[in-house]
Ligand binder design. Structure first.
Ligand code: DQA
Length: 147
C-alpha cells in the first residue's frame, strides 16, 4: 500500500481527447493513464487510476486511498465547489497533489478558487498531461509522510 499511488479524476475527464481540445489537448484519459503507469513503473510504484463523474464516488475513492503513498487529484469542476472533497482529504490525512491540465488562473474567475489547494501538498496546473507525471515524481520522493 505505501508503494501505491492513486490517480483520481473528476467529472468530464472521461471525455478527454474530444472535450474542448483547444483547452485540454488531444490526449485521451487512456493516454493519461498510460503516462501515469510509465511514471509509476520508473519509480517502482503501483498505480490505481480512477475516474468518476460523481462527487460522492470521489469521496469514496479518497477514503479507499488511505495507507497509500499519496493521491494525484484532478477533481475537475468539483475543485471549485466541493467542501466534501476538501473534508475527505483532511479526514484521510494523505498527501494530495492537485493537478489541472489547463492553467485555471488564465481562465474564468470562478476557476481561480480551489477548495482543494489549502489541503493539498502542492498544485500543478497548465502543463497538460505532463502535470500528472510531475505529480507522481513528487509523490515518489515525498516519503509517504502525512501532509
Ligand atoms: C480542469 C480545470 C477545471 O476548471 C475544469 O472544470 C475541468 C478540468 C483541468 O484539468 O484543467 O474539468 O480540472
Amino acid at each position: 500500500m505505501p508503494d501505491t499511488v492513486h490517480v483520481l479524476n473528476g467529472p468530464n475527464l472521461n471525455l478527454l481527447g474530444t472535450r474542448e481540445p483547444e483547452v485540454y489537448g488531444r490526449a485521451t484519459l487512456a493516454d493519461v493513464e498510460a503516462a501515469c503507469r510509465a511514471a509509476c513503473e520508473r519509480h517502482g510504484l503501483e498505480l490505481v487510476f480512477r475516474q468518476s463523474n460523481h462527487e460522492g464516488d470521489l469521496v469514496t475513492f479518497l477514503q479507499e486511498a488511505r495507507g497509500s503513498r499519496g493521491v494525484v487529484l484532478n477533481a475537475a469542476a468539483y475543485t471549485h465547489t466541493s467542501v466534501a472533497l476538501a473534508d475527505a482529504i483532511k479526514a484521510v490525512g494523505l498527501i494530495v497533489v492537485e493537478v489541472h491540465l489547463s492553467n485555471v488562473f488564465a481562465r474564468e474567475a470562478f476557476r481561480h478558487h480551489s477548495y482543494i489547494s489549502p489541503v493539498a501538498r502542492g498544485v500543478i496546473c497548465g502543463l497538460g498531461i505532463d502535470g500528472y507525471r510531475l505529480a507522481i515524481d513528487a509523490l515518489a520522493t515525498a516519503g509517504g509522510t502525512i501532509s
